[in-house]
Design a protein around this ligand. Structure first.
Ligand SMILES: Nc1ncnc2c1ncn2[C@@H]1O[C@H](COP(=O)(O)OP(=O)(O)OP(=O)(O)O)[C@@H](O)[C@H]1O
Length: 279
């Protein structure tokens, strides 16, 4: 799709009743292929304006990373409708880098997959060399990188590709302080000067509050609240504090209830099950 076509909508992202189902091993399953279906995300609806900066909040396992790969177009949805108006890039700890290839080869492959010209790939390479500060490690296979070095490379490639929509999933948490600060400064520029749409997933609430405009809280695969970042952060913090104040027994009960709400019972093993179980 051409960029002009994207520009016809005021929204960067529109989701209507989006669901994602995974297969999980049955707790009391007899065989290794005894599975049950589980909602990683259920009925998520939202409209995100172009240029919005959305902090995605939620406890471990709530569905944030699942949403990030869906928004990035890496994972399919199992229900609902999704429209993404623009090119996206996911920046995450699992950066989607090819481990066998060197840093430089990864840049070339990404560029070639996107159909970029040799000249454009060279420009991107120059940008990555400058931003990532990996020196001669760019000539080493990525499997020999530390997690922070992978994050540097992934972040730098995504920046250089200049997408419309950035999805940043915990990517700053493995970088050292200097690089994380440099990325944050660059992302503020993307927000303030370039009007990019950014989804930002982080458990560091003060940073989320400072950087984001809109808050989106998902819990147990469902959208709890979307709105002003400070309000959503306040409500989420209250929820976490209340949960932490529970006894171990009460916590266990809550976890079981949450899990039970996400399991899909009475699904006969059929074509769709076999389809889902591949993922
Ligand atoms: N490939 C998969 N197969 C089966 N279940 C999965 C898969 N990926 C994620 N899940 C499940 O989907 C749910 C949502 O996971 P997700 O990684 O999206 O959570 P999250 O909010 O990003 O958590 P965290 O804060 O721990 O990173 C979890 O219950 C997880 O176990």
């Amino acid at each position: 799709m051409s960029k002009n076509m994207y520009e016809s909508s005021q929204y960067a992202v529109e989701l209507k009743n989006v669901s994602k189902i995974y297969k999980l091993q049955k707790k009391d399953g007899q065989k290794s292929n005894d599975h049950e279906s589980f909602y990683a995300l259920k009925d998520i609806s939202m409209k995100i304006q172009r240029g919005d900066v959305v902090g995605i909040l939620g406890t471990n396992g709530s569905g944030k990373s699942t949403l990030s790969v869906i928004l990035a177009g890496i994972s399919d949805i199992d229900g609902g409708e999704m429209t993404i108006n623009g090119e996206q890039a996911l920046i995450s700890i699992n950066t989607g880098l090819n481990q066998q290839l060197t840093g430089l080869e990864n840049i070339n492959v990404k560029g070639a997959l996107m159909g970029l010209s040799k000249k454009r790939i060279q420009e991107i390479t120059d940008d990555v060399i400058e931003f990532a500060e990996l020196g001669d490690f760019l000539y080493q296979p990525v499997k020999k990188y530390s997690s922070g070095m992978k994050s540097r490379l992934g972040f730098s490639i995504s920046l250089a590709l200049d997408p419309d929509i950035f999805i940043v999933d915990e990517a700053l948490s493995v970088g050292d302080k200097g690089f994380a600060q440099k990325c944050m400064n660059r992302m503020k520029k993307l927000r303030d000067e370039e009007g990019k749409t950014i989804f930002f997933i982080s458990h560091a609430l003060p940073q989320v509050r400072e950087f984001c405009k809109t808050g989106m809280w998902i819990e147990g695969g469902k959208l709890v609240e979307i709105g002003n970042i400070d309000e959503v952060c306040d409500h989420y913090s209250e929820y976490v504090d209340k949960y932490n104040a529970l006894s171990d027994k009460e916590k266990k009960k809550k976890l079981e209830e949450k899990f039970e709400q996400r399991v899909i019972h009475d699904v006969k093993l059929g074509f769709f099950d076999r389809l889902f179980s591949k993922k």
